[in-house]
Design a protein around this ligand. Structure first.
Ligand SMILES: [Zn+2]
Length: 136
């Protein structure tokens, strides 16, 4: 079904020229791998590349959430030293919101090992606990 769009490797990403075709392909890859996408959620690329369809960069986020949010937080984690942390406010005190944040950040922070701990005020504490592949 549909035309075959060639993909191209770009760094860590697999790209398609047309962003809306890329969205469809990313969605389909996600559904093939994980099943359906909950209502009100979209499948975004954690790398922030609108043309990227790589499954390992795909994560589900609420439609209203700011795109690129996890990429920005992951970049901040990357600048930390192991053992340092910062708090991200306004995530929500319920497990669902925290789990969503956790999976979004884990998908984006591919170089760093992070621990995410919910705080009673609805913020989360993000701690850099290590770096993948080095001294593990
Ligand atoms: Zn990507």
């Amino acid at each position: 079904m549909g035309k075959f769009s060639p993909t191209r490797q770009h760094g860590d990403c697999e790209e398609i020229d047309n962003p809306s075709t890329a969205y469809g392909r990313r969605l389909r890859n996600w559904i093939d791998a994980h099943g359906s996408v909950p209502h009100g959620q979209v499948v975004d690329a954690s790398c922030g590349n609108k043309r990227c369809i790589a499954l390992r960069h795909a994560y589900v986020r609420p439609r209203v959430e700011q795109p690129g949010k996890y990429r920005k937080i992951a970049a901040r984690v990357h600048r930390l030293k192991v053992g340092q942390h910062f708090d991200v406010p306004g995530i929500g005190a319920d497990e669902r919101s925290r789990n969503r944040f956790r999976s979004g950040l884990y998908a984006a922070a591919r170089l760093d090992r992070v621990s995410v701990r919910g705080q009673p005020d609805g913020s989360v504490r993000v701690t850099k606990v290590g770096v993948w592949g080095i001294g593990a």
